[in-house]
Design a protein around this ligand. Sequence first.
Ligand code: SAH
Length: 409
Amino acid sequence: MSDHEPSTPSAATPPGAPSATDAPVSVSLPAPASRRPRRGELNFAAPRAGKPPQHLADLDSAGRKSAVEALGHKGFRAKQLSTHYFEHLTESPEEMTDLPKAIRDELVAALLPPLLTPVRTLTADKGTTIKSVYRLHDGALVESVLMRYPRRVTICISSQAGCGMNCPFCATGQEGLTRNMSTAEMVEQVVLAARSLRRGDVAGGAEGSPLRVSNVVFMGMGEALANYSSAIAAIHRMIDPAPEGLGMSARGITLSTVGLVPAMDKLAGEGIPLTLALSLHAPDDKLRNELVPINTRWSVDEAIDAAYRYFEATGRRVSIEYALIRGMNDQGWRADLLGTKLNARGRGWVHVNPIPLNPTPGSKWTASEPGVEREFVRRLRGLGVPTTVRDTRGSDIDGACGQLAAATA
Ligand code: SAH
């Protein structure tokens, strides 16, 4: 996985041997079958699966109160449960001593059911990067990646089991879409990360840096905007002040999309100042049709226009993601074309994040040569477009961009 941190030679960590910290637990349920997509095939309609159990984090505060009352309990119990879940990160029901024992078990069973069962945990980058593989209630496997930096902690979360967008260089895209995740399944990834951080399971961090998850990136499995309402509700749970939610800053949340233009416009109208990242990967339709098949529906110019409208509506600078693939999209003229197209909309509204391609199983593509990457960056900067190569965390545990796939579990 990755984050928005410029890579500097001094920050480079020699790839340590990846280690499985937890013995793999046998997976008793088969993952629901998702057919491998044909080349260029897109899939928006998530197969219907049994709904995940309802969880407190699926509901807003009014919904939580009604759910508690429907069980015959006083409404204020909802706030007590929310305080445990979002504010105190309480792990065990025994610690919820403000809830009478007689009703605690019932409330916990009804509103705090287990959603994500850890299957295994892999660490890299000297223990500062942790990939977790989870099994959902129906056997589907998803992953999240926790990355600790000196002064912030980023969790990269999944929004779907698999993905229907079928980008050929992305491991998840090759798996196809299994199903949408629920709001609580998204939020729970953040809560589990926050608990492990608090337990001291994550190495790194500067002295005195707070033990909080400060950033969430929707860059794990899935296309969050294809699971729109659940993703928006999850974002609300993250930013709502405690005990309603986790009380995070919206500015610390980044949602990455292949460029679903109507959903980008809808997001711009939500009034939430999160960062939008657009996976462009090519400035011309001919190549982007191949690399990001959604381009056959919304072209490069339409996607960039929508990104610009997002900036206009929110004032948030948009990120353009550009995986640099050797000999495919890394030519100088493509850097010039990208810079020209971005500048044509305006200045100061965008920055570019080139990402060295992470290898995925069965793919013939590799990352661009370092010199080619430098030249690509130099040309963009020369055109006045802020550009930072993204630091690639977790590549040795298949936790980097595009390497997350259920098959790795
Ligand atoms: N569906 C969202 C989130 C995907 S993952 C989206 O497409 O934006 C986040 C980023 O990683 C995307 O920009 C994606 O294109 C990129 N990515 C996927 N596979 C990659 C790979 N093998 N190497 C580098 N980046 C990759």
